[in-house]
Design a binder for this molecule. Structure first.
Ligand SMILES: NC(=O)c1ccc[n+]([C@@H]2O[C@H](COP(=O)([O-])OP(=O)(O)OC[C@H]3O[C@@H](n4cnc5c(N)ncnc54)[C@H](O)[C@@H]3O)[C@@H](O)[C@H]2O)c1
Length: 310
């Protein structure tokens, strides 16, 4: 199979690439290194990597003409500066439309997309959030632009799967509190935690479902969430443990800001129905994989869609 993976130097994209190469698929990846890292780029005869942007229509059309993908896995996303709306639109909307229209033209078999739980708003009406919960994308440029891309995908009529995600973490994670905790604790600095609760899922668990979707399993939107959330301090404690620290400073407790969600928990019922029961990796093992990775490559990022006063 020929698979075109966007965001191929990112956390999810690079793991998808590795899994596909391991089973001898032909893979082409693209990334502009906005948040991706050079060391995530796979090296294999089965792999072609393009250093470029999905916002560049010619680059995308040339890839479709030459590589002729069967399936597109679209993980690329812009989110690191909450005030840089133009970059969000260029990547998350214009880039997605480039891919969707080229996929239609080339009659790709399926298109796989990744959605943020923020499309349900920062204070959803139910917890866990049902799949048919009303969309409220007005909380950030990230969620507005990510939501629009999903609408274009639906409009296209392409055969597609959308994974709406809880917090995906593990090795190669550059966003959210995990790399920040590592960086600060490594420098002996105090961290802060909020009362927010999150469902931290291991990137490898997601990638297994993505590979099934590439092979034709599922159709439409799915929540990828274990259905259980934990306070952020549990993540912090798992980082302290994985780093082997015995004298870490107590974290400061800060209130939630307006644009932060108290909880992100998604109802995974339909996912279990169509993808089978998922054995979610325990948080401690997930965090250990991330810390092993940071120990080897260093931690960058801690990017977040949240405003910088957070
Ligand atoms: N990780 C999570 O918790 C989470 C939660 C909700 C949704 N998602 C979605 O999952 C997908 C993967 O997220 P991730 O955790 O791997 O993030 P990531 O930041 O590790 O990967 C995204 C990749 O996209 C690349 N990129 C950005 N703009 C680009 C452009 N114009 N052209 C080409 N590449 C570009 C980045 O450099 C990066 O490598 C994204 O679509 C994201 O919106 C992730």
């Amino acid at each position: 199979m020929k698979v075109f993976v966007t965001g191929a130097a990112g956390q999810v994209g690079s793991h998808v690439v590795d899994s596909l190469i391991a089973r001898c698929d032909q893979v082409l990846g693209i990334d502009n290194f906005a948040t991706g890292r050079e060391e995530h780029v796979a090296k294999s005869d089965l792999y072609t990597f393009v250093n470029g942007s999905i916002g560049d229509t010619k680059t995308i059309n040339d890839i479709f003409d030459s590589f002729k993908p069967d399936v597109v896995v679209h993980t690329a996303a812009a989110y690191k500066d909450p005030d840089d709306w133009k970059t969000d639109v260029e990547t998350n909307v214009f880039g997605a439309v480039n891919l969707i229209q080229a996929s239609k033209e080339a009659q790709v078999k399926r298109f796989i997309y990744f959605q943020t739980a923020l499309i349900y708003g920062v204070k959803p009406d139910a917890n866990p959030v049902p799949l048919d919960h009303a969309r409220r994308v007005d909380n950030s440029s990230y969620s507005i632009s990510k939501g629009a891309a999903e609408d274009y995908l639906t409009l296209s009529g392409l055969d597609h799967v959308v994974f709406r995600l809880a917090n995906v973490v593990g090795d190669r994670c550059v966003s959210g509190p995990l790399p920040l905790f590592y960086q600060r604790l490594g420098q002996g600095k105090q961290c802060f935690v909020t009362p927010a609760r999150r469902d931290f899922v291991f990137v490898d668990d997601l990638v297994k479902a993505v590979v099934k979707a590439i092979d034709g399993q599922g159709k439409g939107a799915y929540h990828f969430s274990s259905g259980t959330d934990v306070p952020i301090i549990d993540l912090y404690n798992a980082v302290v443990k994985a780093m082997g620290l015995t004298d870490a400073p107590e974290p400061e407790l800060r209130p939630l800001t307006e644009d932060d969600a108290p909880s992100i928990l998604l109802d995974p019922t339909r996912t279990y129905q169509d993808f089978g029961q998922i054995e979610f990796t325990p948080l401690e093992d997930t965090v250990k994989a991330a810390i092993d990775y940071y120990n080897e490559f260093g931690a960058i990022g801690g990017y977040t869609h949240l405003k910088s006063d957070h």
